[in-house]
Design a protein around this ligand. Structure first.
Ligand SMILES: [Zn+2]
Length: 176
């Protein structure tokens, strides 16, 4: 692995490439955002929503957290913002194959560290069937209890929440 300075230099080079590619487009987004969808997915570096869905700047409101779980106020607040202020009609919880957070959760209970809390949250979903899928389905189910904003939007028919799994093997997203 490179040292931090070399990595930072790589990032700066990448940023220059980004600027040269998007410099004409960037001003269009200054006035605000109106993404049609919010996606909660894993922080895993192999799961970049904009690339997976061939989307550009301003097209997806993305929240990424290990194990795509929504149980703390920073994640729930971000989702609430997308629903209450950006009025997204669709919220997707996107799990993925070979998820390290789910794998770690399968290895045993979590401790009282922050990582341990994520592991315990994922473990609550375990039962019959595929744990990656069960985790997504449980998060969707609990959103209604954990967020009054989302519950109200669902009741009014202003929002749909859908689950999906991204397959690292072939890039396919399967809706569940
Ligand atoms: Zn993951």
């Amino acid at each position: 692995m490179k040292d931090a300075n070399a990595i930072k230099e790589d990032l700066s080079q990448g940023n220059l490439a980004f600027i040269s590619k998007f410099s004409k487009e960037l001003p269009k987004h200054i006035s605000g955002q109106s993404p049609p969808v919010a996606i909660l997915t894993c922080a895993d570096s192999r799961v970049p929503p904009e690339l997976i869905f061939n989307a550009g700047i301003g097209e997806i409101f993305v929240i990424r957290v290990a194990g795509n779980v929504a149980f703390d106020s920073s994640v729930l607040g971000s989702l609430d913002y997308a629903v209450a202020h950006l009025h997204v009609p669709l919220l997707v919880i996107l799990g993925h194959s070979h998820c390290g957070a789910v794998n770690a959760s399968e290895s045993g209970p979590g401790d009282d560290s922050s990582i341990g809390q994520i592991i315990e949250e994922i473990r609550c979903a375990f039962g019959t069937g595929d744990n990656i899928k069960q985790n997504v389905l449980r998060q969707i189910e609990l959103l209604k209890e954990r967020s009054q904003t989302i519950a109200r939007a669902l009741e009014k028919g202003q929002l749909e929440v859908r689950g999906a799994i991204y397959n690292l093997e072939d890039g396919k997203v399967n809706w569940i």
